[in-house]
Design a protein around this ligand. Structure first.
Ligand code: ADP
Ligand code: MG
Length: 272
């Protein structure tokens, strides 16, 4: 789905303050995969997301989305339609005053006929569980609901892949849960490839693969069990491990024999 090949990106600043935000990254993401990208602030996650979506053009290397090189300007709309993007702040993504009009905005701009738009809007709103709010005003909805509307807007363009850049960062715990449930449903039931950027560790435990970034580089990747079993390494990066993994780690330090790679409460209870 996505092929990132020796990718670098440099923000060119005033004087000699250039920032190498992405530094020689190689990454392949398969169709249908659920990948979580973790990393502390400034590690290059958003820059990487924007490079995948063609919002930024590589300084070096290439990004291919479904075989399309993001450097080719004439492919850019096709690339953005294939790999849709959801951002942190739902208020910046909502453009209309009625939910269903907002969700229709993308396909309308693609020049799709109105009957098909109607079908897509209804389907997208049902998938994110917001169909009964279709005639509501988005600004009166909760943060989690607004973010689900933003996701429906991307879905209505029928992308194969969805990139979400900290979509839960501004939400309360129940909003986060709503959005996470929606994202895993898109992966499981709609077979969408998901690239989910977050700094909440518990949002990473169900991923197929976790990619950890630091200073523009990928420094650790693997299944959640593999990545979180490197507790010391993850902590050194200023990241947390999931609460349960942390507890298991502390128990081990006290001499209690539990495995290092437990991720869920149920698992830890069983082991204990
Ligand atoms: P993350 O999303 O992981 O927090 P970013 O990709 O936003 O990281 O930033 C990576 C690096 O690039 C940081 O050092 C950041 O300060 C810098 N950076 C991000 N955006 C810009 C910009 N528009 N101009 C200059 N530097 C930037
Ligand atoms: Mg960011």
């Amino acid at each position: 789905m996505i092929n990132i090949d020796n990718l670098s990106y440099k923000y060119v600043g005033n004087e000699d303050k250039d920032v190498l935000a992405v530094n020689d990254v190689n990454l392949q993401i398969q169709k249908g995969e659920f990948v979580v990208i973790l990393g502390h602030n400034g590690s290059g996650k958003s820059t990487l997301a924007k490079l995948i979506n063609g919002l930024l053009v590589p300084s070096d290397g290439n990004v291919f989305v479904n075989g399309m090189n993001t450097r080719e300007e004439e492919l850019i709309w096709n690339i953005r339609q294939t790999a849709g993007m959801v951002f942190q702040n739902p208020d910046n993504q909502i453009v209309a005053t009625i939910v269903e009009e907002d969700v229709a905005f993308g396909p309308e701009n693609q020049g799709i006929e109105s009957k098909e738009i109607r079908r897509r809007v209804d389907e997208a709103l049902k998938i994110v569980g917001m169909y009964k709010y279709r005639t509501h005003a988005p600004h009166l909805l909760s943060g989690g609901q607004k973010q689900r509307i933003a996701i429906a807007g991307v879905l209505a363009m029928n992308p194969q892949c969805i990139i979400l850049d900290e979509p839960t960062a501004m939400l309360d715990p129940s909003g986060r849960k709503e959005v996470m449930n929606t994202i895993s449903k898109l992966n499981r039931e709609e077979n969408k490839t998901i690239v989910h950027i977050t700094h909440y560790m518990d949002e990473a435990v169900n991923a197929d693969r976790i990619v950890v970034m630091s200073q523009g580089k990928i420094i650790l990747q693997g299944t959640p069990k593999e990545v979180f079993s490197h507790v010391d390494e993850v902590k050194k990066l200023g990241l947390d491990v999931p609460q349960v993994t942390e507890l298991a780690y502390k128990l081990r330090k006290e001499g209690i024999d539990v495995p290092v790679d437990v991720l869920t409460v149920e698992e830890l209870v069983m082991k204990l």
